[in-house]
Design a protein around this ligand. Structure first.
Ligand SMILES: C[S@@+](CC[C@H](N)C(=O)[O-])C[C@H]1O[C@@H](n2cnc3c(N)ncnc32)[C@H](O)[C@@H]1O
Length: 400
């Protein structure tokens, strides 16, 4: 079915390519993924960090980090797309092609492709990448929401790419992205139904009206208490509203044990221990389903998947997915190590940390290490009052 889908894309792409007005992609200037937050601080190496709640988050907020986030967004959308029922997937192809010449999609994709030399990703031509991008764009969530939920919140929105794309696909929704960093582009002229606020999700929420969908992706490292934030989501949802978390746990794994005994594996254990020393549980994603049920959500579903760590797979589309995620793996290993392994974390000296990080980076690039991060897509619904007193809640897990 996958190859059938790809064939359809290729044929449609060819048709599109016959129209010269739509093929001159060099006319697009490239998506402004770099937005500086004026309230940031620069470190000795020139990396820029949010300064709203200093040291609360372990990664910078500069252009390199913004690119990483936008690339991982592509990978997650594609992953969600591939998790869908193949029949449903093929239905989406036609809709997606309508978005094919959407300048936002094309320009953002071109910007990444140029900066990260991804021209080989997915398919041989950049036009086909654009097509797949468009399809992935429609794979923003797994929860069975209908229509345009009136009020949507994206917690820890990063560059705001999920919020912007959700708002584009759901024009009747009002979407708010909240983050410690204000690095989101101003898209008010083209996507008027999305806005961004600076907020710490662990502090009191001042949101006015309740929400109908709350989404959060890749937030496993961010809180002292996920339980408390999930409870807060529950309290700020309308009855019948949905919560969806898309995340991964930090325990590096592989199906053939090729990760065992590697420097990357060792680094992973040390980073987790460093996070624990800072009061963070990097395995939180494994527990989200339980936390959802505990908070009172019903119809809770957990979908497990493998977030491939680098471009080691020999077949498509996993190899391309891995190209996107490998940028993230490199950046994460490089950038969180000092905070987690060094002062304030495990307390290891710099001369001990350096060789551990160097080996872990080599291992990320080694195609013989078939590693992935266990992925967890978890969603649930806030029950209506009449449901609370009656039926026991249902929940389930699907493995992919
Ligand atoms: C790994 S990034 C994920 C970004 C985005 N959700 C995505 O998937 O593209 C984590 C984001 O959460 C933000 N963050 C961390 N702690 C937070 C907190 N306590 N409240 C709000 N945002 C937070 C960070 O600034 C960062 O942008």
């Amino acid at each position: 079915m996958e190859s059938q889908t790809n064939t359809q894309i290729t044929e449609s792409t060819r048709a599109t390519l016959s129209d010269p007005a739509r093929t001159n992609f060099d006319n697009y200037s490239g998506h402004q993924s770099t937005v500086d937050d004026p309230d940031s601080r620069e470190d000795a190496e020139g990396r820029i960090w949010q300064n709203y709640r200093p040291d609360k988050y372990f990664l910078p907020n500069d252009s390199t980090e913004q690119d990483r986030l936008n690339l991982i967004h592509r990978a997650f959308c594609l992953q969600l797309y591939l998790l869908q029922d193949p029949v449903e997937r093929s239905h989406k192809v036609e809709d997606a092609l309508l978005l094919y010449d959407d300048p936002y999609c094309l320009s953002s994709m071109l910007g990444f492709a140029k900066r990260w030399k991804l021209h080989g990703a997915f398919h041989s031509t950049i036009h086909e990448v654009a097509c797949l991008e468009a399809i992935a764009k429609l794979s923003l969530r797994s929860a069975p929401i209908k229509g345009d939920p009136p009020r949507v919140l994206d917690i820890g929105t990063g560059t705001g790419i999920w919020a912007i794309e959700f708002a584009r696909c759901h024009p009747e929704s009002q979407v708010i992205g909240a983050d410690l960093s204000l690095i989101q582009p101003d898209v008010s002229a083209t996507v008027p139904n999305v806005s961004f606020v600076r907020a710490d999700a662990e502090e009191e929420w001042m949101c006015g009206a309740p929400f109908d969908l709350v989404h959060a992706r890749l937030m496993f490292s961010c809180y002292v208490s996920h339980r408390d934030v999930i409870k807060r989501v529950f309290d700020n949802l309308n009855p019948g509203g949905w919560i969806e978390y898309q995340d991964n746990s930090f325990s590096i794994d592989s199906d053939d044990n090729s990760h065992r005994g590697t420097g990357l594996h060792q680094w992973g254990h040390l980073a987790q221990a460093g996070a624990a020393a800072k009061g963070r549980d990097f395995e939180a994603a494994r527990k989200f389903k339980d936390y959802f049920v505990e908070a009172g959500f019903v119809d809770v579903v957990e979908i497990r998947c493998k977030v491939i760590g680098s471009a080691w797979p020999s077949t498509e589309p996993e190899q391309s997915l891995g190209r996107y995620t490998s940028v993230s793996s490199f950046e994460v290993v490089k950038n969180v190590s000092r905070k987690l392994l060094g002062e304030g974390g495990l307390g290891l000296p710099e001369d001990v940390i350096q060789p551990i990080v160097a080996q872990a980076l080599k291992d990320v690039a080694d195609p013989n290490i078939h590693f992935y991060w266990p992925g967890y897509i978890v969603y649930g619904r806030k029950p209506f009052a009449h449901e609370i007193a009656s039926a026991p809640s249902s929940s389930g897990t699907a493995q992919h």
